[in-house]
Design a protein around this ligand. Sequence first.
Ligand SMILES: Cc1ncc(COP(=O)(O)O)c(C=O)c1O
Length: 482
Amino acid sequence: MTAPATSAARLVQLLGRRESGVPAYRWLADGLRRVIADGRVPAGHALPSERRLSEALDASRTTVTRAYALLVETGFLVARHGSGHVVTLPLGRERLGVGGALLPGTGDAEDVLDLTCAAGRAPAGTAEAYAAALDALPSYLAGTGYATAGLPELRELIAARYAERGLPTAPDQVMIVGGGLAGVGLAVRALSRPGDRVLVESPSYPNSIDATRRSGARLVPLPVDPTGWDLDLAAATIAAATPVVAQFILDFHNPTGALMPDADRERLAAALRRAGTVAVVDETMLEVRLDEGPVPLPFAAHLSRCVLVGSASKSHWGGLRIGWLRVPRPLLPQLAQARIADDLGAPVLEQLALVQLLRRGHGLHPERRDELRAARATMVAALRDALPGARWVTPAGGLFLWVELPEPRANQLAAAARNEDLLVSPGPQFAVSHGLQRYVRLPYKDPPEVVAEAMRRLGRAWRAQASLPSGPVASRPRPVVA
Ligand SMILES: Cc1ncc(COP(=O)(O)O)c(C=O)c1O
């Protein structure tokens, strides 16, 4: 198959102005590496011929030949018969994607499509942000590097974002941590003791459920439907259990995608206030807003005893491993104490890189938003054929559909999907204790053509699962990372 090609004109535009003082082939090789790393020239795309690119750049043919040779040597290009130079990525797929050495191996073949992880590649501009961070680093090297609450400039930017969202916040209320998951774990451990009751939505993000369970808390599940929260049920559960802490994902809930409106936030806050419960609200998905519509206030604007957890993983990149807490003043000493027992701060370089990214703007990169919208539309259109009779509510944000199957056979579907080289996360993985066999979570973070292929495989798997017996299935699903 001939590889899709990136034109010489597009490359010239992406590369920008020629830098003086650097040999031309170096400038070209560095520029190409940057746009490949950014994904603006995707893996699998062919570069223009050496002749075409040298003409378009008004550079000598030798310049292009040497730059291409350098990229071949460093693993960013391969020479392929019939396609010329094709972009690859220097690390193996398994090391670039999720899982790798950390998760039980699946022995995945090259063309396995993995829908168990709802996270995407880094957006354009990430490599430049790291380069600028590296430039800024020397002035930090004279210090110890231990900024246990985070770099002041990053905390200021994050505090300003809360103020913009209608929640006045001082920088000292912001604590930088190693990602949203670490933030939820830290907040729950700091605010509860082993044996305390902690309210947890079901379904919810499995790793947060697990973190809370491992803290020794007694979990009180609160059912969440694809359409959202039943406020009467929530109020009754909170009143009956009087949990010490209640954890929620209110902005594009994982996995349902639901967004809690302000009026419901107000009612939920009142119920928590009556019970004396502290809320830990995970806003990891907040910035993955795909559609216009109402933007509710942060939950801490409704309830003062609320710790908000933020993350750069979905707005920017999971590889940054940067998240943060927004803590009400009276709870700061408790959180600061617990944090020091956990770790002594987040890496300086990553914080500096995020400062660069946030200075360019908060929220999702517009290109990424367009890609996600297109992928979501493809998934919605293809699902009707793939899973006849399935139901879902298309969310206004987040990265997945929470799909209700016509029959409670999610584990069977996941097992059959494996035979089609497709990995999916069945509903029970998101349950606090059991059930949710009627659901699968389907992320739309891949390009539309990949989503379309995944849906074809899902359709075949759904037809094939009918022959599998009911009850437990032999193969265990892959753990959910994001
Ligand atoms: C609701 C929620 N919280 C936390 C995380 C993990 O975020 P981080 O990479 O910032 O630890 C995820 C990842 O998907 C998530 O969906």
